[in-house]
Structures are given as structure tokens and as C-alpha cells.
Design a protein around this ligand. Structure first.
Ligand code: HEC
Ligand code: HEC
Length: 179
């Protein structure tokens, strides 16, 4: 009997400890942790972070559906006007990582929103051209983006979303430089 009580108590303590740890690690408080299911899961592949952050912010896999990533990874030699070619084995590894964690294949509600509307039938897709993105950014004037030397393009997520690297895109953490 006593053993059972001790067992139940330590199970409770363990759960409590894990929750407290999660809250402390996030640094954003327990509430932020509890609702973080709404945000985009952070990058978990160091190789991806290294290879795909040389020219821009490393986009989380949960920002595009798998089909979008496959098209991007299949055309790295003509990547938005740049040559981003990788060693074939590395490209395959990153491609697998991206498609396995893509927006259509995660529990994050925010990611699901990026996958909710179909991509254009052909061509290389952009996160910043997805219907969900455009609904959220449509009212921001060019003066603050393209014509803003501190931002330059909607592709530069982290210029405005201060917690973008953590996968947090909530509007409360947006500061548009120079606005
Ligand atoms: C040699 C530089 C370079 C490298 C390396 C590179 N990119 Fe890009 N990428 C670009 C440029 C330039 C753009 C267009 C940015 C713009 O329009 O402001 C872009 C845009 C993108 C976009 C579209 C952003 C949007 O507007 O929605 C995605 C997605 C993307 N890159 C993914 C990747 C991935 C994945 C890798 C790694 C395999 C990678 N990039 C590596 C140069 C690069
Ligand atoms: C010029 C600054 C700017 C850039 C660059 C930018 N955003 Fe935003 N983003 C905003 C603003 C401002 C909002 C809030 C808009 C609103 O809801 O009225 C927003 C809203 C969002 C939202 C919805 C947040 C919510 O609380 O519902 C998501 C998701 C998002 N952005 C993702 C991205 C991603 C991904 C990129 C890069 C591909 C990006 N943004 C680039 C300014 C920017």
C-alpha cells in the first residue's frame, strides 16, 4: 500500500518537475509553453540550420507543405536567382528532414495554417506567397518592406518577428524596423 502511494507521489512529482523545467527552459513562462502548440516547431537539424542560413533566416520546415519543400530542394541550382547547390547526399538528407517535418505533417496549428491552402500548380513556391501568409501581411505597405533598407523583402522574417528563430510568429512580438 505504502509503495503504491510513494509510486503515485513520485509520478506526480516527476510530471510537476518536467513541467517546471519546460517552463524554465522556454524563458517565456509556463503560459507561453502551454500555448506553444500554436507556434511553428523550431529547427531540430543542425545541418539544416548551417546549410540553409547562409543567405537568409533558416525557415522552419513547418512553414511550407512537403510538396513545396520538394520543389525547392529539387531546383537548388536556380534558387530565386542564386545557386544554392549542395552535395547530393546533403541535399537528400535536408530534403528528407524538411518533408518529414513539413507544415502538413505537424500538430502545430500555425503550421497547419500554412498548409491549409493549395500551392500554385507549378513553379518554385515561396512561404511569403502562400495564401495564409498574404492574408496576414497584405496590409503592410511596401514602404515598410521592399522599400525599407532595414527589411528589403518579406523573405526576411526575422527582421520583423523578433522570436522567429524560436518559431514564434505571434503578432505581439513583431517590431517593423523603422516603422
Ligand atoms: C546562396 C544563397 C542562398 C542559400 C545558400 C539558400 N538560399 Fe534560400 N533564398 C535565397 C534568395 C536570394 C532568396 C530570395 C530572397 C528574397 O526574395 O528576398 C531565397 C528564398 C528562399 C525561400 C523563399 C522565402 C519566401 O519568400 O517565402 C525559401 C523557402 C528558401 N530560400 C529555402 C532555402 C533552403 C531550404 C536552403 C538550403 C537548402 C536555402 N534556401 C539556401 C538564397 C539562398
Ligand atoms: C515587414 C515585417 C514582416 C516580415 C518581413 C514578416 N512579417 Fe509576419 N507579420 C508581420 C506583422 C506586422 C504581422 C501581424 C499582422 C496582423 O495580424 O495584422 C505578421 C503576422 C504573421 C503571422 C501571423 C501571426 C498571428 O499572430 O496570427 C505569421 C504566422 C507570420 N507573420 C509569419 C511570417 C513569416 C514566416 C515570415 C517570413 C517568410 C514573415 N512573417 C515576415 C510583419 C512581418
Amino acid at each position: 500500500m505504502n509503495k503504491m502511494i510513494v509510486g503515485a507521489l513520485s509520478a506526480l512529482l516527476f510530471t510537476g518537475g518536467a513541467l517546471a523545467d519546460a517552463a524554465a527552459n522556454g524563458g517565456d513562462g509556463l503560459w507561453a509553453r502551454l500555448i506553444s502548440g500554436r507556434d511553428v516547431p523550431p529547427i531540430s537539424s543542425e545541418r539544416y540550420r548551417t546549410e540553409c542560413s547562409g543567405c537568409h533566416f533558416a525557415y522552419q520546415p513547418g512553414l511550407l507543405p512537403a510538396d513545396g519543400w520538394a520543389r525547392i530542394m529539387g531546383a537548388l541550382d536556380d534558387h530565386f536567382g542564386d545557386d544554392a547547390t549542395l552535395d547530393p547526399a546533403v541535399a537528400k538528407e535536408l530534403s528528407d528532414y524538411l518533408t518529414a517535418n513539413a507544415a502538413n505533417d505537424t500538430r502545430s496549428i500555425r503550421s497547419r495554417a500554412f498548409a491549409a491552402y493549395p500551392l500554385p500548380a507549378d513553379g518554385i513556391p515561396r512561404i511569403s506567397k502562400t495564401a495564409f501568409f498574404q492574408r496576414r501581411h497584405g496590409v503592410i505597405p511596401a514602404r515598410l518592406v521592399k522599400d525599407n533598407p532595414q527589411v528589403k523583402s518579406f523573405s526576411q522574417c526575422d527582421k520583423c518577428h523578433r522570436l522567429a528563430e524560436q518559431g514564434q510568429f505571434h503578432e505581439s512580438s513583431v517590431i517593423i524596423p523603422g516603422a
